[in-house]
Design a protein around this ligand. Structure first.
Ligand SMILES: CC(C)(COP(=O)(O)OP(=O)(O)OC[C@H]1O[C@@H](n2cnc3c(N)ncnc32)[C@H](O)[C@@H]1OP(=O)(O)O)[C@@H](O)C(=O)NCCC(=O)NCCS
Length: 124
């Protein structure tokens, strides 16, 4: 996953689903509406000690349900963990199939322009 600045987290805090236990965050995932009918999954992470227990899949599922409720027809992710998303029904696509506007924030990323993230999409 890519680093996010504190400023970016505050600005997008309402996008986040969070799993919490005893005031500790165990996992999070953000749903961002990108374009007409198109949503994006961002900032998915599960605490190391809680990985492999279904929390990641459950966070993505909450984002997909919310995206459907909001009328999105497609949901995509840019990720270094394509196999995880394949298991959830996402299919690899070319990055060029996504709208240009989603690349705007890449300019602020330390990995720009040598990012190896893979784009995957699921029809909702
Ligand atoms: C990737 C990540 C979110 C997965 O969360 P998790 O809670 O461990 O995953 P789950 O337990 O929900 O796994 C669901 C399924 O995906 C599989 N899976 C989990 N991580 C996987 C991976 N990296 N590659 C392939 N499959 C994976 C599980 O085996 C499970 O399969 P099953 O249903 O057949 O048993 C978690 O490992 C993580 O936070 N990694 C570090 C941050 C990161 O890479 N985030 C992704 C950014 S887009």
């Amino acid at each position: 996953m890519l680093p996010r600045s504190l400023n970016e987290l505050y600005e997008n805090i309402r996008d986040f689903w969070v799993i919490e236990e005893k005031n500790r965050v165990l996992g999070c995932c953000a749903l961002h509406i990108s374009w007409d009918n198109l949503a994006e999954i961002k900032s998915l992470a599960v605490s190391k000690i809680k990985q492999g227990k279904g929390l990641g899949a459950s966070l993505v599922s909450s984002c997909m349900d919310e995206a459907k409720q909001m009328g999105a027809k497609r949901i995509f992710v840019l990720t270094y963990r394509p196999d995880f998303f394949r298991k959830l029904g996402f299919k690899r696509i070319k990055q060029s199939e996504l709208p240009h506007k989603i690349w705007a924030e890449c300019i602020n990323c330390p990995k720009f322009p040598n990012c190896q993230e893979v784009a995957l999409l699921k029809i909702l």
